[in-house]
Design a protein around this ligand. Structure first.
Ligand code: PEP
Ligand code: MG
Length: 570
């Protein structure tokens, strides 16, 4: 039983028979031509390139309606490569100067180009070497008069096929769709390779970067693909096979069960209704939130409108972005966080001089330091409030003076809009992220003053434990279950409940289904997470008994003991 390890790029399990794709580049004839034959050989090469280009253009024009939308642009890039002199002209030059046959010259030039690409620092561009390789593969097949690269699939076969290839071009992906295939395995490629991109959009398990795996496999070998760990097992024993059949079965059932929860209520076994909201980074993700059945937007990280550009988004641009989300959510809660710049998120053209940017001029501190930027955003938020109620969320609040300064800035923004005769509304609610320990410890005046709270556990954990959330060297110390962290969350939730104010958790903890019971036990009733995590958390909520969890968690918290997750699960 042989096993190999690749990089899993699409989750899931697959069990099927190997269908090994040949690589034309590996079986290329090498011979020298005479000087008299140079023109004819160049002509043969260019005709093959043109035929390949026509074939690709034909594919683009006749894409099936359900083809992945990434395919057309990728095929077009491949077709354009065949017009590029670096491929046409320079390969002919090799034929002319070195008297190589067309195939040899093409692989030599291909190799040189691929080497140039692999030296590029940018990962995305580096992986474009795969496009060059795939185009050359295609031309070589045309030169050899054997356009089919795939083995002869039996389309009626009931055994799922697992495609094993050195690399798969997007054009070949189209043909693969017709066969009953269950997974992709490639020797080359990384997470941003086109194979990975297309596999993701087709939602079949895929592993890339398997090294020389293709050479070890024969057509018809039985393969197990583990799209969680990146493992592939060849010709497994009966026992391993049945173990994976069981895993596959359980996973399929889980997925079906999860999608059936879309319209189900997020109600605990003892009847506590839980709000499940979505975190988004861009306005268009509101649609994803709705599709996942979110009760609203619990966190719109507005800084993503500011990142990756040389200028600042205008008031109009921001107004349109915020309005789009408010309209899309059709009356559901929309929580928009003001600019959280600084620390790991830095505007283009600005550099930080802070020795410790996570403790520096970040978030509300930055905004109060740059009233021009802050007022533009607040004006846009007040204007968007005309289309529905917005919850304005302030990040990194540590002291009441920052809350008061924010209120004053909002007042000033309203006065300016009034003066300019621009429609706006004051129906917003004002809340703050609880992510600086000082606020969580001395929470009462904040709760009294604000309309709602949202606990940012990502930062709260880093500041409570003095562990940089982005530093892999101390990642083992970043512990959401630390009793000090849980006590601060409990303290915040209790204070909010006493004052009758809503409180949510919007850090990664809220979307981690293995921690749902802990948060329910802390009394949390509002969770905000990435839309993809929502159904899994909902399932956990529906399996939990809120009151029983509260008793268990309270007991552990009083003693400042670590909570045993296994004990909560029973
Ligand atoms: C957090 O800190 O938990 C949070 C939700 O915000 P961000 O991850 O953007 O800092
Ligand atoms: Mg934060």
């Amino acid at each position: 039983m042989l096993t190999a390890q690749g990089q899993a790029v699409v989750k899931g399990y697959a069990i099927g028979k190997a269908a090994v794709m040949s690589a034309a580049a590996l079986e290329v004839p090498h011979y020298r031509i005479t000087a008299d034959d140079v023109d004819a050989e160049c002509q043969r090469l260019l005709s093959a390139m043109m035929a390949t280009r026509d074939e690709l253009n034909h594919l683009v024009d006749h894409l099936p309606l359900d083809a992945p939308r990434e395919l057309a642009p990728i095929l077009t890039v491949h077709s354009l490569l065949l017009d590029d002199p670096m491929l046409t002209q320079q390969t002919c030059d090799i034929v002319r100067t070195r008297l190589y046959n067309a195939e040899w010259a093409l692989t030599a030039q291909g190799q040189a180009l691929v080497e140039q690409f692999t030296q590029i620092e940018d990962e995305y561009l580096r992986e474009r070497a795969a496009d060059v390789r795939q185009v050359i593969e295609r031309v070589l097949r045309v030169l050899a008069g054997q356009p089919a690269m795939l083995p002869d699939f039996d389309h009626r076969s009931s055994d799922p096929l697992i495609v094993v290839a050195r690399d798969i071009s997007p054009a070949d992906m189209l043909r693969l769709r017709e066969a009953n295939f269950a997974a992709f395995l490639t020797d080359l490629g990384g997470p941003t390779s086109h194979t990975a991109i297309v596999a993701r959009s087709m939602n079949v398990p895929a592993l890339v970067g398997l090294g020389g795996f293709r050479n070890l496999i024969r057509d018809g070998d039985v393969l197990i693909v583990d799209g969680f760990t990146g493992a592939v097992i060849v010709n497994p024993s009966e026992q391993v096979l049945s173990e994976y059949q069981e895993r596959q079965h359980v996973y399929q059932r889980e997925r079906e069960e999860l999608s059936s929860l879309h319209d189900a209520a997020a109600l605990t076994l003892d009847g506590v209704m839980i709000r499940l909201e979505a975190n988004i980074e861009l306005p268009q993700e509101a649609e994803q939130a709705l599709a996942a059945g979110a009760d609203g937007i619990g966190l719109f990280r507005s800084e993503f409108l500011f990142l990756g550009r040389n200028d600042l988004p205008t008031e109009k641009e921001q107004y349109e972005a915020y309005s789009r989300v408010v309209r899309a959510m059709g009356g559901k809660v929309v929580t928009i966080r003001t600019l959280d710049i600084g620390a790991d998120k830095v505007l283009d053209g600005e550099s930080t001089v802070a020795t410790n940017p996570a403790l520096g001029l970040r978030a509300i501190r930055y905004c109060l330091d740059r009233p021009d930027i802050f007022l533009t955003q607040l004006r846009a938020l007040l204007r968007a409030s005309v289309h529905g109620q917005i919850r304005i969320l302030i990040p990194m609040i540590a002291s009441m003076s920052e809350v008061h300064a924010t209120r004053q800035a909002l007042e000033l923004a309203a006065q300016e809009l009034e003066r300019d005769g621009v429609p706006y509304a004051r129906n917003y609610q004002l809340g703050a992220m609880v992510e600086v320990p000082a606020m969580a410890i001395a929470i009462e005046p904040f709760v009294a003053e604000l309309d709602f709270l949202s606990i940012g556990t990502n930062d709260l954990i880093q500041y409570v434990l003095a562990v940089d959330r982005g530093d892999t060297e101390v990642a083992n110390l970043y512990d959401p279950m630390h009793p000090a962290v849980l006590r601060l969350i409990a303290h915040t939730i209790n204070a909010a409940k006493r004052f009758g104010k809503p409180v949510a958790v919007c850090g990664e903890m809220a979307g981690d289904a293995s921690l749902t019971r802990v948060l329910l036990g802390l009394g949390l009733t509002e969770f905000s997470m990435h839309p993809q995590q929502l159904l899994e958390v909902k399932r956990e909520v529906r399996r939990s008994h809120s009151n029983a969890l509260r008793d268990k968690v309270a007991l552990a918290l009083n003693r400042a003991e670590r909570i045993d997750l296994l004990a909560l699960a029973t």
